[in-house]
Design a protein around this ligand. Sequence first.
Ligand code: CP
Ligand code: NVA
Length: 306
Amino acid sequence: MRHFLTLRDFNKEEILEIISLAKNIKDETKRREFKPYMTGKFLGMIFEKSSTRTRVSFEVGIRQLGGTPLFLSSADIQLGRGEPLKDTARVLSRMVDMVMIRTFGQERLEEFAKYSSVPLISGLSDMYHPMQLLADYLTICERGYDKNLITAYIGDGNNIAHSWLMLSSKLGFELRICSPKGYEVNKNVLNNAYNFAEKSGAKIILCDTPQNAVTGANVVTTDTWISMGQESEKERRIRDFEGFIVDDKMMDYAQKEAIFLHCLPAYRGFEVSDEVFEKHSEEIFDEAENRLHVQKAVMVWLDKQR
Ligand code: CP
Ligand code: NVA
């Protein structure tokens, strides 16, 4: 049995296998062909943070596969009142076939997984957001940008940046990152990525200016400056991220045909300008839709491993 807590635990072949499965499932979905890959299965979904895309895509996804979702807000279950995670894991394992959790520390996912006898999927932690990066990569492949891919990530060294590091270092493409001082990516994640890159041939470059990072890139991406749980740091962060907005001037440094991706929610006038967002809305909303298809693929893939 496998869990899906981070891309770190998956090799290139497995990631590409899931992407290829996602493409097939997307084609079937577009033809309104809903194959009952998971008939009679139940997916428990624990949310300790807010969500629009993750919640809707998992709920719709498991239903399209013939299964049933259970939305479990931590505000409404005993976990939120202090029931240990390891007990929650053992109870849910007796009643459902798969669990998804959106939480704070990555160690909460690891703790749950340790006691779970059903596959666990990360729906985001402070450290990683692997489902998002699978959706991003599917969007990139659909445009043929997986060949000669050069991605520039501008902004906070957060869960999204860490997941880009894992994706690039596993698959072997070039990733440039530029973050403001004090908001750099986690050193351990970076060192892991450098190690994986030795095998895959990925080029991972930390840049000193956003313009240097974006120069010649064909995918430009960013994320909110204020992640969930950081609301009290808002004013300081807005000051510290000055000069990191992805606007038309910044996009001018990229390749002419470059696409812009954003995991959403997006905050116009902060990490991205309204002009750049709207100009690239086609790929951004494909990216959002692709959450549905990759997550269906992940659930089917994990279910097959059992
Ligand atoms: N991108 C993403 O995970 O969105 P939600 O927070 O709405 O789930
Ligand atoms: N970095 C953001 C991603 C939201 C999908 C957060 O953690 O809030």
